[in-house]
Design a protein around this ligand. Structure first.
Ligand code: GTP
Ligand code: MG
Length: 615
């Protein structure tokens, strides 16, 4: 009965058949409460625990995982610049292999403090931090030092203090790095569009862009014609974002598409994520940049429920991932309301069930906005809907909901950190472009940047925002940085652009505090997982399970347990196959959060509590 309902409401054959089981509400809600408690406690009870370094026997990780198989098949491509889209691709793993062999020179103190060479403070920075943690100095001390900065027209560098082992390097942002309040520019809001496969994310994005004049009538006609020719007329708006032949043929998004539009308040960078479970790694890479998210759910019978399924439901997995990336504001678009005849009852049911789950992920009720809509029939996107919705819904339309989001605090006072999401290799010798969001700090044309982990210094030739040249980019901005003076193979997606005197750390041995999700197979010492951190991905082996933690207090409940079960909190050590750019969570949230995946599913979310070995 339920299956037949499900079938009759589908508008196309699902890209991957989704097994739908009628869910017992009570079970779902109870389940949600357990996760809620664990997840919130996990976020709250975060505290660093120090352990001695241990010697790890080398290990092998030869067999490619489903994620590897997916990502190595995908390629980076820059989309039609006229439409101002870029595509974020998955990572090129092979290039990262080379980085493992890079020799770190020890040149501390051999050059003057104002040298543009990265090597001086580069190693200084690394040593400073290692020494600090070896001495048991809490990361908070370093953080507070980083915070206690004052405005000055010049940055300066210093040396390691031999007594304390910490550096007296003090970062001072230059005046141009702090935005001028009077500056007449819309703030950039990075908005990830996430949700279960086929919920209508790309159609919604295409429709918005068309309504806001970002896609011309001519282009839209072309998409309509092409979609019809291939018997996929309903995908016309989605095709504005799903550009590759494979995406169009399969009728699914595979890589994150980036588009831009202006609302009254924001310059919005839209990150349209794939919903299919095989492409979660790409979703992670794109959505990790989000300041806020639109979670699109399909209101139709069966489809909404499939998205919340504990096994393959991407509404569930995406919501958890987004929260773990630090996103705390979310707009839930209950899409395809036309299919359920704009039923208030259905909307309220979706709101009640999904609301319970979102609370369990740590979203506050006051930070969740609910927007019933139909992308297909253009209802409630940029204007007041017609009577079918307006008779019972008087809340904001989607565009107004976007304008009501609050911009997260931007950190201009810390040194530059920009994880590299994608690279565009140039034909010209020594030039390469990198795309990504500045986590902290600022850059401008002519600035020198340190590229990690290759430890090469390059100069910024030019900067682009929304395919338009710009002079300065600051924390929160999503930009393309055109570099010169650097070889292509020294820049990789998953790397980080840094201030030359404040290099990010590079390591393959981490201590993590993790919250294990709904897994069937326990995590053991020796378990092999995939670790995702900003735009990097590495094979990881759990080498030690140090302790289980009480989710409420964060206190150790059991030392050296044999395994970790579903919904438990634990501290583990992992060794990665290759090194990643990483910071402890206490120092940098964006570079200190990880997700762990196995067999195509996210199995745990984590925070980096300690970098065991810096390279
Ligand atoms: P993935 O990126 O593969 O996860 O899919 P998606 O969420 O981007 O969905 P997409 O936009 O590709 O749309 C999937 C199907 O749903 C298409 O056939 C759309 O025409 C249809 N669709 C999207 N929005 C609506 C809507 O509001 N109403 C109806 N009836 N169909 C819709
Ligand atoms: Mg899509």
């Amino acid at each position: 009965m339920v299956k037949s309902l499900f079938a009759s409401f589908r508008h196309r054959a699902p890209a991957k058949s989704v097994a739908f089981e009628a869910k017992n509400d009570a079970v779902l809600i109870e389940d949600a409460f357990i996760i809620r408690r664990n997840f919130q406690e996990f976020l709250r009870a975060f505290s660093s625990q120090k352990h001695q370094n241990i010697n790890i026997a080398p290990f092998k990780f030869d067999s490619p995982s489903p994620d590897d198989l997916v990502s190595t098949r995908l390629h980076s491509s820059k989309l039609d610049s006229k439409a101002n889209f870029k595509r974020l691709s998955s990572l090129d793993m092979s290039t990262r292999e080379r980085e493992k062999n890079i020799l770190i020179e020890s040149e501390l103190g051999t050059e003057g403090p104002n040298s543009s060479s990265a090597s001086v403070a580069r190693d200084g920075g690394v040593k400073e931090r290692d020494f600090a943690s070896d001495c048991g100095i809490k990361p908070e001390i370093l953080v507070s030092r980083m915070r206690s900065v004052s405005l000055s027209s010049k940055s300066r560098t210093g040396n390691v203090n031999e007594e304390t082992g910490t550096s007296n390097l003090e970062y001072k942002p230059e005046a141009w790095m702090i935005p001028d309040q009077a500056e007449d520019r819309l703030s950039q809001l990075n908005l990830a569009i996430v949700g279960h496969v086929d919920s209508g994310k790309s159609t919604l994005s295409g429709r918005l862009l068309h309504l806001l004049g970002r896609i011309s009538q001519k282009e839209m006609h072309r998409h309509e014609k092409e979609a019809k020719q291939q018997g996929k007329g309903s995908f016309a708006y989605a095709w504005a974002l799903d550009e590759s032949a494979e995406e169009r043929e399969r009728g699914i998004t595979m890589t994150v598409a980036v588009a831009f539009f202006n609302s009254r308040k924001y310059h919005v960078v839209l990150l349209d994520s794939p919903g299919h479970r095989d492409f979660v790694p790409n979703m992670i890479s794109g959505a990790t940049q989000a300041d806020a998210a639109i979670l699109v759910v399909d209101a139709s019978m069966g489809s909404f429920e499939a998205g919340l399924d504990p096994i393959g439901g991407q509404t569930r997995e995406h919501a958890l991932l987004i929260r773990s990336f630090g996103v705390d504001q979310i707009i839930v678009v209950v899409n395809k309301m036309d299919v359920v005849e704009y039923s208030q009852e259905r909307f309220e049911m979706v709101k009640q069930k999904l609301g319970t789950f979102l609370r369990s992920c740590g979203f506050k009720d006051s930070s969740v906005l609910w927007v019933p809509a139909s992308s297909m029939e253009n209802q409630n996107l940029v204007a007041t809907p017609d009577e079918r919705l307006f008779s019972w819904f008087h809340g904001p339309c989607l565009l107004d909901a976007i304008d009501s989001l609050q911009l997260p605090a931007r950190d201009y006072s810390k040194p530059l950190l920009m994880p590299i999401c994608d690279i565009i290799k140039s034909q010209s010798q020594g030039q390469v472009s990198t795309c990504g969001k500045l986590v902290t700090g600022a850059i401008r044309t002519g600035s020198k940047v340190l590229i990690m982990p290759s430890r090469e210094v390059a100069t910024i030739r030019s900067l682009e925002r929304d395919s338009q040249a710009c002079k300065i980019a600051r924390s929160g901005d999503n930009v393309t940085v055109n570099l010169q003076g650097i070889e292509n193979n020294h820049v990789t997606a998953g790397g980080v652009l840094c201030h030359p005197d404040f290099p990010v750390r590079v390591s393959n041995h981490l201590e993590l505090k993790i919250l294990v999700l709904d897994i069937k197979i326990p995590i053991l010492s020796g378990s092999q997982l995939e670790l995702h951190i900003h735009h990097a991905k590495e094979a990881a082996t759990v080498v030690k399970i140090l302790s289980l933690l009480d989710p409420k207090t964060g206190k150790v409940t059991k030392k050296s347990p044999r395994c970790i079960l579903a919904k438990q909190n634990a501290v583990v050590e992992v060794v990665l196959q290759g090194s990643v750019c990483v910071e402890e969570y206490a120092e940098s949230r964006a570079l200190g959060r990880v997700s762990l995946r196995s067999s195509g599913r996210t199995v745990a979310l984590g925070l980096v509590t300690q970098i065991m070995k810096t390279q």
